[in-house]
Design a binder for this molecule. Structure first.
Ligand SMILES: NC(=O)c1ccc[n+]([C@@H]2O[C@H](COP(=O)([O-])OP(=O)(O)OC[C@H]3O[C@@H](n4cnc5c(N)ncnc54)[C@H](O)[C@@H]3O)[C@@H](O)[C@H]2O)c1
Length: 330
């Protein structure tokens, strides 16, 4: 049983707390938030089963605590994650790991030096739909991946410390990273605008990876909510629509068949479009956040690297940093 503490009980922290609490393999010790009103809210739910503190150092200095989960603002991740590992704690940190590749590399170094697990909550990697898509891709059913088309837009809560791509696009980049086994980005282009907020509230990224393309749209300025990914393979194509309650995942037997490569009269491929069956795969009823936290727990107990370790985070942050350079040019 891992003795764990949560730092940060703002918007997302309560979800992390709930999933720690319902996992009987965690021994939940503390909730820490610098705001007393947030702690009062937590106390209303978890009562005397754990301790509530405003100073995170109380948690870091308690030798009983083996692991900490950080659900604080992105800008606070680096300092707290580093200090926690130096105090001998395994660390779960919300996405994105840091706001720069340099800081992420430093956290990776500290994790290696202290021999502490650093798990980044690339939550979608632990989502049952993404796990199913990975199975389908790995079985070869999709053929060669041609492109990912990702849309994560809604009329959202504007943020000032991170732009839409650092907050929303990071999910899509972590999905692409996982599904492609860490493919290399070759070229990154992006544009965005900071309507109503300090950082860009709408961003469009175009990325050429080694072997396929990706388009990632992230926005808090949309009248409708979309959480949709299209993955086009040379044999089949997938649509994952997280907003659709009934048919979240559909595998289409659609594409183009090359009819004749040899006797090409006009020196062109002869191709014919194909429109076959659509399959709705059966999905496991699992909670991605529960899975992510439990994976962190297992890795901490067994001393093995997380699937979403600092290297995965560094690959994702590298794309974001390249995209950021394009935004700065505007
Ligand atoms: N995995 C997901 O799908 C998902 C969804 C939403 C947010 N997040 C991530 O969760 C993190 C938190 O986001 P949020 O929207 O909840 O932010 P938030 O601002 O609502 O909450 C952060 C909380 O952390 C507390 N805090 C900050 N520094 C602290 C410190 N030094 N000591 C104690 N408490 C401190 C603040 O008082 C606040 O209550 C971000 O990294 C965000 O990207 C992840």
């Amino acid at each position: 049983m891992t003795k764990v503490a949560l730092i940060g009980y703002g918007y997302w922290g309560p979800n992390v707390a709930r999933n720690i609490y319902k996992n009987k393999n965690f021994d939940f010790k503390y909730i820490c938030d610098k705001k007393q009103d947030r702690l009062d809210l937590a106390k209303g739910i978890y009562a005397e089963s754990l301790k509530y503190v405003t100073d995170y150092r109380v948690v870091f200095e308690d030798p009983e605590v083996e692991a900490v989960a950080l659900a604080v603002e992105t800008s606070a991740h680096f300092k707290l994650a580093k200090e926690a590992m130096l105090c001998g704690k395994h660390v779960y940190v919300e996405k994105p790991l840091t706001d720069s590749v340099e800081d992420a590399k430093e956290l990776k170094r500290v994790s290696q030096e202290t021999n502490k697990i650093l798990h980044v909550d690339h939550i979608m990697v632990y989502h049952p739909v993404i796990k199913k898509i990975k199975e389908i891709i790995d079985s070869g059913d999709l053929g060669e991946i041609m492109y990912f088309d990702c849309s994560r837009i809604n009329l959202g809560q504007l943020k000032n410390d991170v732009s839409a791509m650092w907050d929303l696009g990071v999910h899509d980049l972590s999905i692409i990273d996982f599904l492609s086994n860490g493919a290399n980005p070759i070229d990154v282009n992006a544009m965005g605008e900071n309507f109503y907020s300090k950082k860009e509230s709408i961003t469009f990224m175009n990325i050429r990876y080694d072997g396929f393309l990706a388009n990632v749209r992230s926005s808090w300025l949309s009248p409708i909510k979309e959480r949709r990914i299209i993955i086009a393979g040379s044999r089949k194509m997938i649509v994952y629509d997280d907003v659709d309650v009934l048919n979240k995942l559909i595998v289409y037997d659609k594409g183009f068949d090359v009819i004749d490569r040899n006797n090409m009269e006009y020196d062109e491929y002869v191709v014919k479009s194909r429109s076959g069956d659509a399959l709705i795969p059966k999905l496991n009823q699992e909670d991605a956040l529960f899975n992510s936290l439990d994976h962190f727990r297992q890795c901490s107990e067994e001393g093995r690297q997380s699937m979403t370790d600092p290297d995965a985070a560094i690959r994702v942050l590298t794309v974001l940093e390249e995209a950021e350079k394009c935004l700065q040019k505007k």
